[in-house]
Unconditional design. Structure first.
Length: 451
């Protein structure tokens, strides 16, 4: 680690950072009241607001957004004439999935083999702690040289667009010269990376109905149309033989020209079982950063335990489709909907409802802010140069900010390197990455102010 006083300050602050992250991880802030009480998200929002007030932020507010979630906002004025930088994170998290599969309680920050485990530790409660660390280090070394706005979203994982719509109605709120989105991650632990592109996302729910009610499979099976079988056939039509996404009218042949992802590394990071093939064609980077990717993320059907010998009258599924840069998510939604309707067999009744949507994003990596970030990463990661990579996931707010503030420079960094296993069981964060990226952000703010 560099001997810069900023780095020394961040190192001294790490025990406090661990304690604060443990407090924040303890909130079961899944933004779905059907799974966890809304009070858990409200408590997490209150914690973030209190943290900003303690750091001297003005105008701290818990904002009620149109989707029912709460976002936290604060302003830290800088020197006269200084640029304004917006720092973003989100406090909502993915549900913990199979609790029995976690090696430690998901909402209890636990240290094992040099990593801190817990839901949201990397995605993205750790991102908020990163922002706090950077600002504290600057205050300990002459002050924060820019005006800082912080926004902490409360429904990013649900993709329901509350903050985007709130910002569109109040465009002055998040206006800034540069934006640091703390919700991506290094390509590999120890390799400083900015994310240059994000795939967008559309999510739809399909329901297939064939009968007024379930029927005995022995008495009616063979002639009665099975809704679950019809749904399976529709879902299968979304992939080509090699597993590539195959939505009628949607190009799936784009290429990625930047940093490449070795197949062996990807297999290890994704924990692909021995003998199981990867799906799709082209390079791994093509498949996960530049091309559309469909995933069936849930099916309502009878569980195996307790199932009866019945022809199913109704079945439904939730489908996610990642949208590559260069495509409009709304147009892709129309193509997906048309495909599902056209491919439903046997005249079955089908309904398709949109559940969520976010546009893809592509950054200008040649802007002054990227030069400032490259210098910061070079100092925080001695011997390494900043890399640019794509990310297959979606952060819908990025495109909203890019539309509202076309002159703003948007950078994406964060703690979600492959070992973090975000969205999976045993999510974790590397405290070394937290420390180095906090140093990076502090140095970036200093570099950016110097212009």
């Amino acid at each position: 680690m560099t001997a810069d006083p900023i780095a020394e300050s961040v190192a001294a602050l790490m025990p406090r950072a661990r304690a604060e992250l443990a407090e924040l991880v303890a909130f079961r802030s899944v933004a779905d009241p059907a799974q966890f009480p809304r009070s858990e998200c409200e408590a997490a929002a209150g914690w973030c607001a209190d943290a900003l007030r303690a750091e001297g932020f003005d105008d701290v507010a818990v904002l009620d957004t149109p989707d029912g979630s709460q976002a936290v906002y604060g302003l830290l004025p800088g020197p006269a004439g200084a640029p304004t930088v917006l720092l973003y994170a989100h406090y909502d998290v993915q549900p913990p999935l199979d609790l029995d599969a976690w090696d430690s309680p998901p909402f209890e920050l636990t240290e094992r083999e040099g990593r801190w485990y817990g839901r949201g530790a990397a995605d993205c409660k750790g991102g908020f702690i990163m922002h706090l660390l950077a600002l504290r280090a600057l205050r300990a070394n002459g002050g924060v040289p820019v005006s800082v706005k912080v926004i902490v979203e409360g429904s990013e994982e649900q993709g329901t667009g509350g903050l985007e719509r709130y910002a569109e109605a109040r465009p002055e709120l998040l206006a800034a010269d540069a934006v640091v989105i703390g919700d991506s991650g290094n390509f590999r632990e120890g390799l400083p990376t900015v994310t240059a592109t994000l795939r967008g996302m559309t999510m739809v729910r399909i329901q297939v109905d064939t009968l007024e009610g379930n029927l005995h499979s022995g008495q009616f099976g063979g002639a009665a149309p099975d809704a679950l079988a019809a749904l399976i056939r529709v879902l299968d039509s979304l992939r080509a033989e090699d597993g590539s996404t195959a939505v009628d009218g949607l190009d799936a042949e784009q290429s990625w020209e930047g940093l490449q992802y070795a197949e062996a590394d990807f297999r290890r990071d994704a924990k692909v079982l021995d003998g199981v093939e990867l799906i799709g064609s082209g390079t791994v980077a093509d498949r996960i950063w530049a091309r559309p990717a469909v995933t069936v993320i849930g099916i309502d059907s009878p569980p195996v335990v307790g199932a009866t010998p019945s022809v199913q009258s109704s079945a439904r599924a939730l489908i996610s489709l990642r949208v590559p840069p260069g495509r409009d998510a709304a147009e892709v939604t129309e193509l997906l909907t048309a495909h599902l309707r056209a491919r439903t067999p046997w005249g079955a009744r089908v309904s398709v409802d949109q559940v969520g949507q976010g546009q893809p994003f592509q950054a200008d990596v040649h802007s002054p802010a990227y030069t400032a970030m490259a210098d910061a990463m070079r100092a925080a990661y001695p011997g390494e140069e900043m890399q640019t990579a794509g990310m297959g996931g979606s952060i819908p707010l990025c495109n909203t900010l890019g539309t509202l503030y076309p002159e703003a420079e948007i950078l994406l960094i964060g703690l979600s390197e492959p070992k973090a296993q975000i969205h999976a069981v045993n999510e974790s964060v590397s405290p070394t990455e937290l420390e180095r990226l906090s140093v990076t952000e502090a140095l970036f703010l200093r570099n950016y102010a110097a212009g």
